[in-house]
Design a protein around this ligand. Sequence first.
Ligand code: A2P
Length: 338
Amino acid sequence: HTFDVAVVGATGAVGEVMLAMLAERKFPVRHLYALASQRSVGAKVRSGDNELTVLDLATFDFSKVQIGLFSAGGEISAIYAPKAAAAGCVVIDNTAHFRYEDDIPLVVPEVNPQDIARYTARGIIANPNCSTIQMVVALKPLYDAVGIERINVCTYQSVSGTGKEALEELAAQSRAVLSGQPVTSKVYPKPIAFNVLPHIDVFLENGYTKEEMKMVWETNKIMGDPSIRVNPTTARVPVLYGHSEALHIETREKLTAAAARALLEKAPGVVVLDERRAGGYPTAVTESAGRDPVFVGRIREDLSHPRGLDLWVVSDNLRKGAALNSIQIAERLVATFL
Ligand code: A2P
């Protein structure tokens, strides 16, 4: 059994990885369509050994495909995902546009695979935010064992999460700084090279950014538990690929660091790298970039709280944070429902 698949945003940072990973994971593809804006029509992209010619999203007939992997921004999904679904295509949407609607499942296969079944309501499944995905993959086994009351999280997010222009901006600014030239910023409001920006997505009325509130709303929805309190600060750092997170959690019952480590060592999608020595922890560049797992290290009991636990969580935002999670959803969808 094979499937016809469209990748929407095929020329983008996430779309490129989606095309590569469909081939890498041998997803049962019959026809693969690479879609982007009119600007890219005729351009060539690759999926494994296959070269594809980019087609115009605006004129594509979605009745030709059974699955659409969307990653071209929320405004594009708002228009084209319902059109694709009406044509009989199941949309797996990597944007935030539909994530908070009650009849749209929001899925991380290691956490709530059962919610995939609810795709029938609208024909759309939402893929969560990259920072939320890696956090809930690491927290699910601890939550199942002892419950979680509260999560304080600080993120250190790479520029590839913003898209291709941001990768170029970091490279250009780094060259400028190192050669003593003036730095100009277009994508970010301040220089990102050799800097840290405590700001991802737009500011909201409560003082949090939308990226921070995504981590609140999405954690509650994916875990199916609105009682978990989440307090994030999200920051952009001058890293190309891979998001890092410092998690400070309060469990419902006491969990020792050793017990947490044992749970995480057998958790699906997780690799523990936690040796208490120099380099005995995962980093974005050395472990996660270009790889699939969620890496966890620095597991320790919080000195300041009797039921507190600290963790350092790293994953490739374009893979588990976006393309891989979407394709894992697609794999389960076709295995059970299509
Ligand atoms: P294009 O390259 O034709 O602009 P990134 O996240 O790396 O910035 O990539 C965004 C992706 O979304 C690209 O593939 C981009 O295609 C696509 N995209 C942006 N605007 C549109 C649009 N109006 N219609 C179709 N695809 C779009």
